[in-house]
Design a protein around this ligand. Structure first.
Ligand code: TMP
Length: 237
């Protein structure tokens, strides 16, 4: 597969066309940002680690019956994915109170939520990715009522699969963000599932093993990403 025209650069990935129609070249970068781009840095080896984690996780989800955009891993930092018509939404699922939920609602960090919470955010950096309710999604034409129901159901199913998957790796899946698109009228999971987009806590010590180490200047960022990859690989072995 040949890398083609440069299409788009996000905070953590670069997307290129390929010589095959409908197939994108998704290159993971070491760059890290937090606070909607206010804090910037690099995390050594992150591109390689996140490409590999996403490949393992998406393969597992596919085996669990979830449609994803992943075709295959092309090189250590590159995944080949199918082109999707993306929803301008970030879908967050929460199992344990942390992050913006704690700030917004005042729950204590670390409290187990009685049932998972699914939230939709507008994917718009200039607006700071605001939280939306279902009426906002319809008013903005971001998804239909039916698509929203399907997206939320897919997010809950993915949460069930991933919670169990990471639990066997000794990781609590605190919360995570997903992005979906459409292909032939079907809802398909896109983007990535990595320590950039999930909160993982060690099951026993509750040590943070994700991007919160970068966001909160806790140190040991690269080591935490490596540790998540090590556990994911060990589990798949
Ligand atoms: P939050 O607590 O900051 O709202 O984040 C919830 C989860 O979503 C957390 O695992 C980090 C992830 N996330 C992203 O991947 N990208 C983002 O832009 C935001 C705001 C959160």
């Amino acid at each position: 597969m040949q890398k083609g025209e440069f299409l788009y650069e996000g905070k953590a990935k670069r997307i290129y066309a390929t010589d095959e129609a409908g197939v994108f070249w998704m290159e993971f970068k070491d760059d890290a940002t937090a606070g909607n781009g206010q804090k910037r840095g690099t995390i050594g080896g992150k591109g390689r680690i996140n490409a590999e984690i996403t490949q393992h996780v998406f393969e597992r989800l596919a085996r669990g019956g979830v449609r994803t955009h992943l075709l295959r891993q092309e090189s250590p930092t590159v995944l080949l994915v199918r082109k999707l018509d993306m929803f301008k939404l970030e879908v967050v699922v929460r199992n344990i109170a942390a992050g913006s939920l704690v700030k917004r609602i005042g729950l204590k960090e670390g409290i187990d939520l009685p049932q998972p919470i699914v939230e939709l955010y507008l994917k718009d950096d200039a607006l700071g990715d605001p939280l939306l309710n279902d009426d906002h999604v319809i008013a903005l034409g971001l998804a239909t009522e039916r698509e929203m129901v399907e997206i939320k159901a897919a997010a809950r199913k993915i949460n069930d699969l991933l919670r169990a998957y990471f639990r066997t790796a000794g990781l609590l899946l605190v919360d995570f963000k997903l992005e979906f698109g459409k292909e032939d009228g079907q809802i398909v999971l896109g983007d990535e599932v990595t320590p950039d987009t999930c909160r993982f806590w060690d099951e026993k010590t509750r040590e943070k093993l994700d991007k919160d180490r970068f966001r909160q200047d806790l140190g040991g960022v690269e080591e935490a990403y490596q540790e998540v990859l090590r556990r994911v690989v060990a589990q798949n072995a």
